[in-house]
Design a protein around this ligand. Structure first.
Ligand SMILES: NC(=O)c1ccc[n+]([C@@H]2O[C@H](COP(=O)([O-])OP(=O)(O)OC[C@H]3O[C@@H](n4cnc5c(N)ncnc54)[C@H](OP(=O)(O)O)[C@@H]3O)[C@@H](O)[C@H]2O)c1
Length: 232
């Protein structure tokens, strides 16, 4: 087992899968999660073939019972958590403006992109406290940053702006408990979500989250892109 243990949500594909791979390559034991067991096991098997110490746990971040079950499995099998990467997310209002978006779309987006990271982090605090250098990394987006918000994709922007606020609040609450909490934007990345026209590879998209997970830094409550602090 690696010295550090990380949990990466939504790591069956896209940026989360690459974050799990890069952390694994650095010797971290990685708990990979997916909401569908079959997809998660397939992803874990792929990284095991690369020689990485990866494990599968099922997780739907919108479900309290799923979060509770995950907590007890990690507590039983790993006893602590050093790194939590809240990566799982949805982008279901690509074609809506703020004048058209419906309540169901806003609710589903908030449940996944904002409430999921908030309640998962809450549930795992006691395990993070058992680490001597715990980090929480929230995968946010420039589309949730004050400078870039416009009329388009209102639910997604709202959810990521709110995730940024959750990041600041958690960082404040956990500052004296030795748990650093930061947000990062991966840039526009070629994944199912980003689409084929995106500018960045998953390797580049994952880089800052991995750096925030492992680099020697004592920063909390900040928003990063390309390893640099950016404005909220
Ligand atoms: N791609 C970009 O250009 C870009 C830019 C800025 C920020 N981001 C952020 O980066 C993160 C990863 O994005 P991506 O591009 O890798 O997206 P992706 O390819 O669509 O992957 C999203 C992942 O989240 C999982 N997920 C969705 N809802 C979930 C739930 N309720 N519970 C657990 N897992 C759930 C998905 O699982 P399933 O396979 O089951 O659907 C999948 O594993 C997201 O937070 C996204 O907002 C992406």
């Amino acid at each position: 087992m690696g010295a550090k243990t990380a949990l990466v949500t939504g790591s069956n594909r896209g940026i989360g899968f690459e974050i799990a791979r890069q952390l694994g390559k650095q010797g971290v034991t990685v708990i990979m999660t997916a909401r569908e067991q079959e997809k998660g096991i397939k992803a874990v098997e792929e990284l095991k073939r690369e020689g990485l110490d990866v494990h599968f746990q099922e997780l739907d971040i919108t479900s309290d019972s799923s979060i509770k079950h995950l907590y007890s499995e990690i507590n039983k099998n790993f006893h602590k958590l050093d790194i939590l990467v809240n990566n799982a997310g949805v982008f279901i209002d690509k074609n809506f403006t703020v004048l058209e978006v419906d309540r169901d779309t806003v609710s589903k987006t908030m449940e996944t992109n904002t409430y999921g990271p908030l309640f998962l982090t809450q549930a795992l605090i006691s395990l993070l406290k058992s680490s001597d250098d715990a980090r929480v990394i929230n995968v946010s987006s420039g589309l949730g940053s004050g400078n870039s918000i416009g009329e388009s994709h209102p639910a997604y922007s709202l959810s990521k702006a709110a995730l940024n606020i959750v990041t600041i609040q958690l960082a404040d609450a956990l500052r004296d408990k030795g748990i650093n909490v930061n947000a990062m934007c991966p840039g526009w990345v070629k994944t199912d979500m980003g689409g084929a026209g995106a500018m960045r590879s998953v390797q580049d998209g994952a880089d800052t989250a991995v750096w925030l997970s492992l680099a020697e830094l004592n920063t909390t409550g900040k928003f990063f892109r390309d390893r640099k602090v950016i404005d909220w």
